[in-house]
Design a protein around this ligand. Structure first.
Ligand code: 9PG
Length: 526
């Protein structure tokens, strides 16, 4: 019988490891400890080596927790992470504790590394030794249990999000498509902005010819057509919200669970234990695939694994993995990139996972990263930090670090741009959103070279690599901002409070929209 709790008083010997089964487990740690590897729940959630004693400030605004991290542990007062954790000891060796099943969490507390399954019990990989070897071994074990999916070619993608954002339409996408000329992009991926609403996955008025027509145009250029959708999220203005409230996840009190915000209006999550929802999901993926899209970027997926009350009472990550199984089957041979996804349940169910926060055309944001202390917010630095700390996943699945920027910009130095380019070489997942009209001919050449290159990569330490013999060091992206103090701490509280107010979010969204429309009209865009 599996013991409910297992305590290990002494560490496994160096380079030794064991697999044990328990509902919860604790391991006494030799002191002092240097750092703690916290693994974020979903694509965007912070993954980094951090202080092993003091937990980071609670991310602000709290209203976004369900969108950005595991809301169950967002206020946990000790350093913690999803499924796995590791502690670096004074001699540089690490102690590793990793769940080999779903619905598990790890924390460091009272001088112990602790792990627990939220429901039932499961296996744990417990080990002590060399960092890179143990992460590799853990990945191997996950591969045996969840499956590996690194069979297909790595895609080279043009994605509409990070230049056009929501301002996409038939015309400007066709302009980009033509502008790509013979550059070796395999995928032309249309991002958010084409749909009637989150939940109503039909083309809106900006796509009068229909998505199938656009897919055909893309394919005529020899590329695969890619489409973004958030199949497990539902916005308030969708017909699902209106006609099928019984399809939505509820909290323990039976109230609708707010899973996020769309332009400052609540969005909800589908309950995929409901048989009608599964039918709808299957039909949706068939429909999109039938339009001619062979590359699907599925987003905001953590909505499928949030805590709450479902039609059938099943552990939340198990429910989510079952939904992915349905999607995987319905999508046939299409390439599946999962985004905003809880990591472990996605293994073996997709071709690629976004492994870091969104990038933006800037290195870091004082406002987002420091003042509201939220490292899931968009910036190149937040993207690099989490992606580099998740590179051990690359033997199991393609890892997408998000898009690279080429166009001239004042907000990224050439070194910062290069660092991100090097990351895409290491991941071998190359994407950009840059508009071809902004490229000079030398930039175009650089892009061609980048798309065609396959440099030899070697990892020399936690953050250092060689790329065709050239040293690349990601250390500058790693430090976390200091914790706001004094006046900044007060300001941080005020901003956190405002971030939870609907009216303030509305003004914020309006300001962002206004400033980007202004930028567009100045640059002659749409
Ligand atoms: C489209 C975008 C792009 C992008 C995705 C995702 O509220 N949030 O916390 C939040 C996080 C990420 C995000 C959007 C909102 O970006 O990562 O590539 O597809 O959606 O809306």
């Amino acid at each position: 019988m599996t013991p409910p709790h297992l305590h290990l008083d002494s560490l496994p010997k160096a380079l030794d490891s064991q697999i044990v089964s328990a509902t919860s487990i604790s391991l006494s740690l030799p002191q002092p400890t240097k750092s703690f590897y916290r693994h974020g729940w979903q694509s965007w959630s912070l993954t980094a080596w951090t202080d092993p004693v003091r937990e980071l400030p609670v991310m602000k605004p709290t209203s976004f927790h369900s969108r950005q991290t595991d809301p169950v542990y967002a206020r946990y007062p000790h350093p913690n992470g999803s499924w796995l954790g590791a502690v670096e000891l004074a001699d540089g060796s690490i102690v590793f504790l990793g769940a080999l099943g779903l619905n598990a969490h790890v924390a460091i507390r009272d001088g112990q590394l602790q792990g627990w399954y939220e429901s039932g019990s499961g296996d744990w990989f417990v080990a002590h030794g060399d960092e890179s070897k143990l992460f590799e071994r853990y990945a191997d074990l996950l591969g045996e249990r969840f499956g590996r999916s690194v069979i297909k070619e790595h895609p080279r993608v043009w994605c509409s999000w990070y230049s056009l954002y929501n301002a996409i339409n038939e015309r400007n996408l066709e302009t980009v498509l033509n502008g790509l000329e013979d550059l070796p992009f395999d995928i032309f991926q249309i991002d958010d902005g084409w749909q009637v609403s989150t939940g109503d996955w039909e083309p809106n008025e900006k796509f009068p010819s229909g998505m199938d027509a656009l897919a055909a145009k893309i394919k005529a250029t020899g590329r695969k057509a890619g489409l973004w959708l958030a199949p497990l999220a539902v916005s308030k203005n969708s017909s699902i919200y209106k006609h099928h409230p019984d399809w939505l996840l509820r909290d323990v009190n039976g109230k609708l669970y707010v899973a996020g915000f769309e332009w400052a209006s609540e969005s909800y999550a589908l309950d995929t234990t409901h048989p009608e929802v599964i039918e709808w999901l299957k039909n949706l993926i068939h429909k999109i695939h039938g339009w001619g899209f062979d590359y699907l970027k599925l987003d905001f997926l953590s909505a499928g694994a949030l805590p709450g009350k479902r039609y059938v009472d099943t552990p939340r990550e198990t429910v989510y993995r079952d939904a992915l199984k349905v999607i995987r089957e319905a999508a046939g041979e299409a390439y599946l990139l999962l985004c905003g996804t809880p990591i472990l349940p996605a293994l073996g169910m997709c071709d690629a996972i976004r492994v870091g926060a969104d990038v933006g055309n800037w290195w870091d944001s004082h406002f987002y990263s420091y003042l509201i202390y939220n490292q899931t917010t968009p910036s190149v630095r937040n993207g690099i930090r989490t992606s580099v700390n998740r590179l051990w996943l690359k033997y199991l699945v393609h890892v997408d670090p998000d898009v690279a920027f080429f166009s001239e910009t004042k907000s990224l130095t050439p070194e910062q741009k290069q660092l991100f380019l090097d990351l895409t070489e290491i991941c071998r997942f190359k994407a950009t959103s840059d508009l071809p009209e902004t490229w000079t001919s030398s930039q175009k050449n650089a892009i061609r070279q980048w798309l065609e290159s396959e440099p030899v990569i070697q990892r020399t330490s936690r953050y250092a690599f060689t790329v065709d013999g050239r040293t690349v060091d990601f250390s500058p992206a790693m430090p976390l901002p200091p914790i706001p103090k004094y006046f900044d701490a007060v300001l941080s509280e005020i901003l956190g409070f405002l971030g939870n107010q609907f009216w303030a979010l509305k003004i914020w969204h309006w300001l962002i929209r206004y400033s980007s429309t202004n930028k567009d009209s100045k640059s002659g865009g749409n």
